[in-house]
Design a protein around this ligand. Structure first.
Ligand code: NZQ
Ligand code: ZN
Length: 394
């Protein structure tokens, strides 16, 4: 049966070749007069995208202040720096040029500037909720996190090693400019990690014991098949524009909540388990998900067998006759095979980390604190379960 739902996806999307040329006009229309332009470690400069954006904003008379050097698993110190600069310069709009890390930094700064009397980290500690947020837009250069249309924001407190998410519709970006051409410069590992993350945003919503809708499942299954087919194309032919476009649009649809309408809110424990790996070992998010998902899937599948069987049949193309358990296991094996085929890991060793027993206990404890009441749907996870899932993934 379908659950009641709210679907709110207010982001204006401009998609395709040359899309970035309209940046200035779009931001002017959205009311920007002084933009904080935020970017990462160099890719946007090297591609020439930054110069084009500066030019486009200048043509519309929009003032620009810049914040560069955002790193993957973006850090709280950079958020504080951005809030300080934003206050001094009186910025009224945030423009992120990059991927999830840059966009999430922009969202966190936007929260901080809207309510400067509070410490923004309190949102990520879940001790208060935001009342306001400055407007954010992005020019996306990597298809992965889906932050360009999502309500999510994930920041790492580098002092404590905590990687924490705060979800709120207030931070849904006003606009997303997406030109797949700019994703051609991505290293293969980042393209592959992005594809896994996109799949996982859909799979987190798919493997549930709550309600379902056929239309939602059908969209999810088509999205997963499309991402897998095009991920393989890009692994062999990274300059393929059409495959880049398919993946980029899938990334936005996978995390704007479209693939969760009518379900119970999804599982999301693979993400929560991975966030602790990111906080402790600074691993690439999508690759981390690939390394932990098979262990999670085998641990929970017995309690969610109908969904795992449907996934095996409709997504992974398993035709094997057997028990439900055997069909589910064949589907999980097929996912591992797919991950390997695009250079992604299927366990922590392949990911390049070897957490000790103590580190696993610490990650499990932190994961439970970060999860609060949201401890899964395919199976409700306890701290002991989390320890087992981490250990089985080593
Ligand atoms: O810093 P630069 O030089 O730009 O390099 C980046 C970075 O090293 C590089 N890159 C980006 N575009 C490129 C490029 N290199 C060459 N050519 C290009 N066109 O890619 C690297 C990774 O960038 P990052 O922004 O970290 O990638 P991604 O989009 O995967 O974002 C990951 C972050 O988003 C969070 C993750 O936890 C992680 O911190 N997530 C955010 C979500 C949300 N806000 O809704 C949901 C996700 O589940 C996820 O948790
Ligand atoms: Zn993700």
């Amino acid at each position: 049966m379908a659950n009641n739902f709210k679907y709110y996806s207010p982001t204006e999307v401009i998609f395709g070749k040359g899309a970035e040329q309209g940046t200035g006009k779009m931001l002017k229309r959205l009311g920007a007069s002084h933009v904080l332009l935020i970017y990462g470690g160099g890719s946007a400069r090297r591609s020439g995208l930054l110069d084009k954006v500066r030019h486009s904003l200048g043509e519309e008379g929009i003032s620009v202040t810049e914040l560069e050097g955002i790193v993957p698993n973006p850090r709280l110190d950079k958020v504080y720096e951005g809030i300080q600069i934003g206050k001094e310069q009186d910025v009224d709009f945030l423009l992120a040029v990059g991927g999830g890390s840059v966009i999430d930094t922009a969202k966190a700064i936007a929260y901080g500037l809207a309510e400067p009397e509070h410490d923004v980290w309190e949102l990520f500690q879940h001790v208060r909720i935001a009342k306001k947020c400055l407007p954010v837009a992005s020019i996306l250069t990597i298809a992965a996190a889906g932050s360009e249309t999502s309500k999510g924001c994930v920041i790492t407190n580098e002092k404590t090693g905590e990687k924490r998410a705060y979800d709120d519709d207030l931070a849904r970006p006003k606009a997303a400019i997406m030109n797949p051409e700019y994703t051609k410069s991505l290293p293969d590992y980042q393209t592959g990690s992005g594809c896994v993350d996109i799949m996982m945003h859909t799979m987190e919503r798919y493997f549930t014991n709550g309600g379902n809708m056929e239309i939602t499942d059908a969209i999810a299954e088509a999205l997963l098949r499309t991402v897998m087919a095009n991920a393989i194309i890009l692994h062999n032919d990274p300059d393929n524009y059409d495959a880049r476009a398919e993946i980029m649009w899938a990334g936005s649809l996978a995390h704007n909540d479209l693939t969760g309408c009518g379900n119970d809110g999804g599982d999301f424990m693979t993400h929560k388990l991975e966030h602790e790996m990111g906080g402790m070992f600074d691993v690439t998010h999508g690759a981390g998900l690939a390394a932990i998902w098979p262990s999670w899937a085998r641990y929970v599948c017995e309690g969610c067998l109908p969904r795992f069987v449907r996934f095996a049949r409709n997504v992974m193309g398993i035709t094997l006759e057997g028990t439900d358990k055997e069909i589910a296991e064949a589907g999980i094996c097929a996912v591992e095979q797919f991950y390997r085929s695009i250079g992604m890991p299927t366990n922590m060793r392949e990911l390049g980390i070897t957490p000790s027993d103590d580190q696993i206990l610490a990650m499990a404890d932190r994961c439970m604190i970060a999860s609060g009441d949201h401890i899964g749907s395919a199976k409700k996870i306890t701290a002991d379960d989390a320890v087992e899932i981490y250990k089985n993934a080593r």
